[in-house]
Ligand binder design. Structure first.
Ligand code: KIV
Length: 284
């Protein structure tokens, strides 16, 4: 069996110039396939609110939701490094709540947690988590939990001022002890510069090819998301179409009596003997 991935593996991959692959997963079946396919990092993202539950944004996701999905995903993984997202308001209120919430996710099987943003408080809590033994992945650029402040799902860091701010945030997260940082929806050249400045790996989503690794939402990659698809997504298969065709065939075969056939049916060992039930036994 291939060696399991750790934070040290990810650091070494950056040093050796080996690209890191990451994907989200929300359930056991897909986690198993993602792991088997050789993905290095699996993220139980709070994107589950949107892709799994069909909500407009990620703000409604709770620690209990992420914990539930983390348990399912953990059971499907044997090699990949498992990261769980700290959802909105799970790491902003107090140090105590942050540690408790991270602890809940770690107990369910996560090996690290991801926090969005790099405010003073996030940096402080990142340090505390690391002191407690919980590895932290940072996340800057487009941070969906601040969607109302950002005014929508928009590319960040196009102007010099915001580009500098994002660079500073990534450096601060590294200095606070984060083992990696997600760069979401920023110009490729900015992501490349941040990647060359940092000692820790950058994992890009909509941040061009020069990051140390890439992450995508699994439903986007597999063609299971309906509606708007961001420019940065590459859909590798139209699983939505394949699944719909299979379900239509099942419906049609069931309606026409084609399913189940003999090979999908159990038989009694003694055949030919009718079960006789009298009127009393029938309750008539
Ligand atoms: O929640 C999520 O899936 C994420 C990735 C898009 C990085 O944060």
């Amino acid at each position: 069996m291939a060696k399991t991935v750790t934070v040290d593996t990810l650091r070494r991959m950056k040093t050796d110039g080996e690209k890191i692959t990451a994907l989200t997963a929300y359930d056991h079946s897909f986690a198993h396939l993602v792991d088997k396919a050789g993905v290095d990092v699996v993220l139980v993202g709070d994107s589950l609110g949107m892709v799994f539950r069909g909500e407009e944004n990620t703000l409604n996701v709770t620690v209990e939701d992420v914990a539930y999905h983390t348990r399912a995903v953990k059971n499907g993984i044997s090699r990949a490094f498992l990261v769980a997202d700290m959802p909105f308001l799970s790491f902003q209120i107090s140090e105590e709540e942050t540690l408790q919430n991270a602890g809940t996710l770690i107990r369910e099987g996560a090996q690290a947690v991801k926090l969005e943003g790099a405010s003073k408080q996030v940096l402080l809590f990142t340090e505390r988590l690391i002191e407690t033994g919980v590895p932290v992945m940072g996340h800057v650029g487009l941070t969906p939990q601040s969607i109302h402040q950002l005014g929508g799902f928009k590319i960040q860091g196009k102007q010099l001022e915001t580009a500098k701010k994002i660079t500073r945030q990534a450096i601060d997260l590294q200095n606070a002890g984060a083992f990696a940082v997600v760069l979401e929806c920023i110009p490729a050249d900015l992501a490349g510069e941040i990647t060359s400045i940092l000692r820790i790996p950058t994992i890009g989503i909509g941040a061009g090819p020069d990051c140390d690794g890439q992450i995508l939402v699994i439903n986007d990659l597999l063609g299971l998301t309906s509606g708007f698809r961001p420019k940065f997504v590459k859909q590798y298969v139209d699983l939505g179409d394949i699944v719909e065709k299979a379900i239509k065939e099942y419906v049609s075969e069931t309606q026409n009596g084609v399913f189940p056939n003999d090979s999908q049916t159990y038989k009694r060992s003694e055949t030919g003997q009718k079960i006789l039930v009298n009127r009393k036994e029938r309750g008539e």
